[in-house]
Design a protein around this ligand. Structure first.
Ligand SMILES: [Zn+2]
Length: 262
């Protein structure tokens, strides 16, 4: 890859500095892997700009959803805008069916793996159904296999150094090792009362799945949909992550050599 930005810009875009040391970010590393679903997304967009705008809106929606869930966990009252109420209900309904305990200091913290030298920010650690678990929140319409790579990287970092780092660089020691990792997918939907089609309500544009395309849909009020998916076999996924990391290091080798990372 030709160098087209400054070293400082590269470091900012692709990593975090933790206690004075720069580490590449997990999300940047896994981005090196080709994602076929993304090509469909771009192919179906009107143009490149429209697709970029949708991606921005999706990211903003993700941020708001994270904030809603974190406020529920930490017992903070926040006003949820009506267009996001389904996400809030989805999380509340998930809580009704699982035993779940988390706390402020287990939410959205930075972690690093010192041996493999990468960093990241996970979503939530929780005692979930009796096991200390890593829970990543997604609002995509399905749980993609690619999420395995990201969560395996966090899982191994947490179990290598079972502490978190808050914004001031302070260490938060974890009570035990992470036993399980999950994706919690939450969406807000409307269901057609005639054909059963589901309309996913999203900032980036609604999407109708299933049902009869000739139906003159009569959609219900906003409902929620949630799915908790456990990922087994972290060893296999971590190997995949490290393969991404090797390729990522090759792609950016000129920057990384200058930084002194390679
Ligand atoms: Zn219908």
């Amino acid at each position: 890859m030709k160098k087209d930005m400054s070293i400082e810009e590269f470091k900012r875009r692709h990593g975090y500095v933790i206690n004075g040391i720069w580490y590449p970010r997990v999300t940047s590393i896994v981005d090196i892997k080709s994602k076929p679903a993304l090509y469909y997304f771009y192919a179906n967009a009107e143009n490149f700009e429209a697709a970029q705008e949708k991606k921005t809106k999706a990211a903003q929606e993700g941020t708001i959803v994270h904030e809603i869930l974190e406020s529920i966990i930490s017992g903070r009252e926040i006003i949820v805008p009506p267009e996001f109420i389904g996400f809030k209900r989805g999380f509340e309904n998930f809580l009704k069916e699982h035993s779940f305990f988390s706390k402020q200091e287990w939410i959205e913290k930075r972690i690093k793996h010192s041996n493999y030298r990468y960093s990241g920010t996970f979503d939530i650690l929780a005692e979930l159904d009796g096991k200390f678990s890593l829970v990543d929140i997604k609002t995509a319409l399905e749980v993609y296999d690619d999420y395995r790579l990201q969560t395996a990287a966090y899982y191994y970092a947490l179990n290598e150094e079972p502490f978190l780092i808050d914004k001031t660089g302070r260490k938060i020691v974890l009570p035990k090792f992470i036993e399980k990792r999950y994706i919690l997918r939450i969406n807000q939907i409307q269901v057609c009362e005639i054909c059963g089609a589901k309309k996913y309500i999203r900032s980036m544009g609604d999407k109708i799945k299933g049902g009869d395309s000739n139906c003159n849909h009569k959609f219900s009020d906003i409902l929620d949909e949630w799915e908790l998916k456990e990922f087994d076999n972290p060893e296999e996924d971590f190997k995949g992550f490290l393969a991404c990391k090797d390729l990522w290091e090759w792609e950016y080798r000129d920057y990384l050599k200058e930084i002194g990372y390679l």
